[in-house]
Design a protein around this ligand. Structure first.
Ligand code: RIB
Ligand code: CA
Length: 317
């Protein structure tokens, strides 16, 4: 199975991504970054989830704030721990004695040409790793990101949380020249669990029941804060290209991040026009295509993710 390292900020949907990656891929490491909560809290959550999953991949703590400016956090949605809604088992071991960037580089070197780097939080660790070791570009099979939106944002009218949390890092990663997949809110908001899915999970084994409780908290938070009636599974959508590409449609196109702008800082600006090969006149040309941009989720995707959480218990003692 394809080796993947998940850089994340658990975070309810990051927790689903960890399970989805471990179930369908070779999850060889987890690194944490500030975002849904502080770096210490999201790292504790990653350790508790590893214990729940009965896995032994390394976890390394990463950046506690963005490259530029101050950190934001999403406690209003994910709760004061960053993963409210259920008790996680006490970890029997802590994080590695190295920074997340070091774990990313060591893992990519060890799985040269094969490692997929999945990013479901701010892109600070990924940008730092690419800056510290330019060879990382050749060592990686690809980078797959949950971030941005070609529609409305969630932090601002037009900026999505993971990109807005560190726009400079996001732009550096998108421009790094590594084959990159990007799934934004315009797609992930259409992949959400509802009350029936949560009830199914609560009929499952210990891990599935825990995920049912966590996702019920997440659903109630999103209802209260954003008035929506499904809990969007944003982060596992980033793993789809390496689990089952038939579950998502992509378009290879150009995406840049707005770094200036008052109203538009952190916006992902995607080329969705289909310009003909004719003189453009007043129109500006398309930027170089740098990402496989997710456009359409299959209706099979959500049940596929829920089934992974139900089936995961069969691997536990
Ligand atoms: O905007 C959604 C993203 O922000 C998800 O990754 C969620 O976990 C939060 O990090
Ligand atoms: Ca996340």
């Amino acid at each position: 199975m394809t080796p993947v390292l998940l850089d994340c900020d658990p975070g309810h949907d990051d927790a689903v991504a960890m399970i989805y990656a471990a179930h369908h891929m070779n999850l060889v490491g987890v690194t944490t970054v500030f975002g849904n909560q502080s770096i210490d809290l999201v790292t504790n959550n990653a350790l508790g989830l590893r214990q729940l999953m009965q896995r032994d991949f390394p976890v390394a703590k990463g950046a506690g704030k963005p490259l530029v400016g101050e950190r934001i956090e999403a406690g209003v949605v994910h709760g004061k721990t960053g993963l409210d809604g259920a008790e996680l088992p006490t970890p029997d071991r802590g994080a590695e004695d190295m920074h997340a960037v070091e774990l990313i580089l060591r893992t990519a070197r060890a799985h040269r040409g094969e490692l997929v780097l999945a990013a479901t939080g701010a892109l600070t660790n990924v940008a730092l790793a690419l800056s510290v070791e330019p060879k990382l570009r050749e060592w990686l099979r690809g980078i797959t990101i949950m971030g941005g939106s070609t529609g409305s944002g969630n932090v601002t009218q037009c900026a999505e949380f993971n990109i807005y949390a560190d726009p400079e890092a996001a732009d550096a990663v998108l421009m790094a020249g590594v084959e990159t997949w990007l799934v934004g809110l315009d797609v992930t908001r259409r992949v959400g669990v509802g009350a029936a899915d949560i009830a199914r999970l609560r009929q499952g084994g210990r891990l599935a029941r825990t995920m049912g409780d966590l996702l019920d908290f997440f659903l109630q938070s999103l209802k209260r804060v954003q008035g929506i009636d499904t809990a969007s599974l944003h982060d596992p959508c980033a793993l789809v290209p390496f689990i089952d590409p038939s579950l998502m449609e992509y378009r290879h196109t150009g995406v840049r991040v707005e770094l200036a702008g008052g109203l538009t800082r952190g916006m992902t600006v995607a080329e969705l026009r289909r310009l003909g090969n004719v003189p453009l006149g007043y129109m500006r040309p398309s930027p170089p295509a740098n990402v496989h941009l997710a456009r359409e989720p299959s209706p099979r995707l959500l049940p596929h993710i829920v089934q992974a959480m139900l089936d995961f218990d069969a691997t536990l003692t």
